[in-house]
Design a protein around this ligand. Structure first.
Ligand code: C2E
Ligand code: SIN
Ligand code: SIN
Ligand code: FE
Length: 502
């Protein structure tokens, strides 16, 4: 398309220059001929008048053509070249006022598109370098490159450690009806993605409906076709040359993709992979280490070791139900839930600093012993702050949520908790969520100092503490998720020890 337009432009300029040169030649010949005629002193009259006429026409043509060339071609090309200079100096994103009548209007338009594309790419890289969260980066990509590339949906799926299962990680679409998203997992073998994974080569399917007829078993294809997707371009997602997943650019129209899209989309995929690595893989690695440590700490006063898993699952159920409440929809995002998932297990990490004779005391703590016990919140926050510092990643607070949770999970909604006596919304939401999950699990579990409560009794304690110990909205979300809470309780009941009376 670009080539076609520019050759039209070239033809038009060539035509004008040729016309200009022809007029000039005729004018020179005319003058020359008139000169000879005058020198010979021959005939005058009609022929001379005719020649003068031709000369005048030629001169007028030369002036007009010169004017057109300067105004429509030479000046705009000069402007374009100045704009390119500006761009080279770093003013990317510079935009022309496109002169539709100018010969090079199309060139100016192309320049503007190129310039916006460059600016979007530049901003993307900057955001990634600043350590913007992966979800925000993904959102930015989805919004910013539509103008340049046809897509209505971008989806990303990750391969598990063993390379056996592929799991949809995140998807963003123009249509609100996302059928294939977060958590959908299938064995790689049951997909046709093996070739993309093995060869690392992009794959284009320009008619997914036809493809589905050919491979009716492909459940993932079925789901995206139901979403309205008609063609897609699939690329491997690589971190340090290792394929960690797949990225799908999908369009609601058939035949949207060809190989001219591959280069740019591969680059976008690489940027997304970097962002993913920076913000999720690193965090996961560090967290795995710290969570191992927290598990160890937990195992001292809690021999089942399942407390951490249940806590995490209860917290996530509460967060999911909160996210359905319009009041929290903007706060409790997917990213927020991921933070809750990652950091809720670390709430009691500070118990590593509590002496055995207090932590493991079989009976009730003395007031001064409880004062020491309370310090586990401060110790936990300090430990996580130290871990964050050693990561030397000053640009962002990797453990912010973790620190909040460790520090404030014993605050109470009415302000009677510790360590700071915060009340209401002054307590970070993450801590308000984890607090309910923590107490519910403490109630239903055996501790060195107590026997487990019955399930219904434990639910009742939580409900009774609504507006006292706990945020009413969080308690409501917890009770809305009662069925899921009970399922987690059952499935992770492990060696909890039998509830009193059951
Ligand atoms: P934990 O055992 O994980 O308990 C966490 C929280 O669950 C407690 O925070 C409390 O709010 C709630 N909880 C636990 N058991 C009960 C109960 O029987 N009834 C009610 N209503 N709530 C309960 P809290 O009180 O700030 O305690 C923090 C940590 O201090 C506890 O963590 C535990 O490790 C320790 N602790 C608290 N009381 C005692 C005690 O009497 N003896 C011993 N040895 N340790 C205690
Ligand atoms: C998958 O095939 O597992 C994921 C597809 C997508 O998210 O688009
Ligand atoms: C598959 O072949 O199973 C996945 C198709 C797709 O999502 O592109
Ligand atoms: Fe605690």
């Amino acid at each position: 398309m670009f080539q076609h337009k520019s050759s039209k432009l070239l033809r038009s300029i060539r035509f004008k220059v040729t016309a200009l040169m022809l007029s000039a030649m005729i004018a020179v010949l005319t003058i020359f001929y008139m000169g000879i005629q005058l020198r010979i002193g021959g005939r005058t009259g009609l022929i001379e008048m005719l020649l003068t006429g031709v000369l005048a026409v030629c001169i007028v043509m030369i002036i007009v053509l010169l004017y057109v060339l300067v105004k429509k071609v030479i000046i705009p090309i000069g402007d374009l070249s100045k704009a390119m200079e500006k761009m080279a100096e770093g003013d990317i994103g510079y935009q022309f006022n496109v002169d539709a009548e100018s010969e090079i209007g199309q060139m100016q338009k192309n320049f503007n598109v190129l310039s916006r594309k460059l600016l979007s790419t530049y901003n993307l890289i900057e955001k990634i370098n600043r350590g913007q969260s992966f979800d925000d980066t993904f959102e930015y990509v989805f919004k910013s490159f539509k103008e340049f590339i046809p897509y209505n949906r971008i989806g990303m799926a990750l391969i598990d450690e063993k390379g056996e299962e592929i799991r949809a990680e995140i998807a963003r679409s123009d249509s609100s009806n996302i059928r294939l998203s977060n958590g959908y997992a299938i064995p790689v073998k049951q997909t046709s993605l093996m070739s993309v994974l093995e060869t690392g080569q992009p794959r284009i399917i320009n008619d997914l409906k036809a493809y589905l007829k050919q491979y009716p078993h492909s459940e993932s294809t079925k789901l995206i076709v139901e979403e309205g997707v008609r063609s897609n371009l699939t690329l491997p997602l690589k971190v340090n040359d290792k394929c960690i997943g797949i990225i799908f650019f999908s369009s609601h129209r058939k035949n949207s993709y060809n190989h001219s899209h591959v280069n740019f989309l591969s680059r976008l995929a690489d940027h997304l992979a970097v962002s993913f690595e920076k913000s999720i893989l690193v965090e996961d690695l560090v967290l795995a280490a710290i969570t191992g440590f927290a598990n160890l700490a937990e195992s001292r006063d809690n021999d089942t070791g399942k407390h951490i898993e249940r806590m995490r699952d209860y917290s996530v159920v509460i967060a999911r139900h909160l996210s359905l409440n319009p009041k929290y929809a903007d706060i409790v995002t997917r990213e927020y839930i991921r933070k809750i998932y990652n950091f809720s297990p670390l709430h009691d990490i500070g118990k590593v600093g509590i002496r055995d004779d207090i932590l493991l005391k079989p009976g009730k703590l003395l007031p001064e012993e409880f004062e020491i016990m309370k310090e586990h919140t401060l110790i936990g926050a300090k430990t996580l702050k130290k871990a964050e510092k050693t990561l030397k990643n000053k640009s962002r607070s990797l453990f912010k949520t973790g620190i909040e949770i460790a520090l404030y999970h014993h605050e109470k909604y009415n302000g009677t908790g510790y360590p700071s006596g915060l009340a209401g919304d002054d307590i970070p939401l993450s801590a308000r969520i984890v607090s309910v999950a923590d107490v519910f699990d403490a109630l239903t579990s055996k501790r060195p100092y107590k026997e487990p409560f019955l399930l219904e009794q434990s639910f009742k304690v939580i409900a009774d503490e609504r507006n006292k110990s706990f945020d009413p909205d969080v308690v409501d979300a917890f009770l809305q998720g009662k069925d899921e809470i009970m399922e987690i309780y059952e499935s992770l009941s492990g060696q909890r020890g039998r509830a009193v009376g059951s």
